[in-house]
Write a protein that binds this ligand. Structure first.
Ligand SMILES: [Zn+2]
Length: 165
């Protein structure tokens, strides 16, 4: 009977050892994984810093191998600027070139630093582009409408074109 109790207690203590070793292993692994994550963060942020450094230094003449990536950044930055300008114009505001303050677009001078406000011109550039698109859509719609009516003639017209060519 005592032997049995001894065996059982031995098994329990051995099991306890295995459990505590497993706990240690899990804890140590978690600790290392957390350190790895932290170091990976260091690598990423430094890669990013190198990228920004490279971009600012070579954006106008990037290596051919990386030119697409550099140009993608330039395009994204330009879109961001355009959209920020759009937000400003939606707000009826203009950004002071000197101090960066947002001022009402009808003001001639910055209310914060007194610098002369430069009014944005993009709307003038955008309007004709939109008009062109609309005209294109309208004309293509008109063409479609014209095509729809004389279905039989359409084929004849195309044939005439082909013979002319
Ligand atoms: Zn200002």
């Amino acid at each position: 009977m005592n032997d049995v109790i001894e065996k059982i207690s031995k098994t329990i203590s051995e099991t306890g050892k295995v459990v505590s070793e497993k706990t240690k292993l899990v804890g140590e692994t978690a600790r290392l994984n957390s350190k790895i994550l932290s170091k990976e963060g260091v690598v990423r942020s430094n890669y990013s810093a190198i990228g920004e450094f490279y971009y600012n230094k070579y954006k106008d003449a990037p290596d051919a191998d990386i030119a697409d990536t550099v140009n993608e950044i330039t395009e994204a930055l330009n879109s961001i600027d355009e959209m920020k300008a759009q937000i400003l114009s939606l707000k009826g505001a203009v950004k002071c070139v000197e101090c960066g303050a947002e001022c009402p677009i009808e003001n001639s001078y910055c209310g914060h630093c007194g610098a002369k406000l430069v009014k944005p011109e993009p709307p003038k550039e955008e309007e004709p582009a939109e008009e062109t698109e609309q005209t294109e859509t309208a004309s293509s719609e008109a063409a479609e409408a014209a095509d729809e009516k004389p279905e039989v003639l359409e084929g004849e017209v195309i044939d005439t074109d082909k013979t002319e060519e």
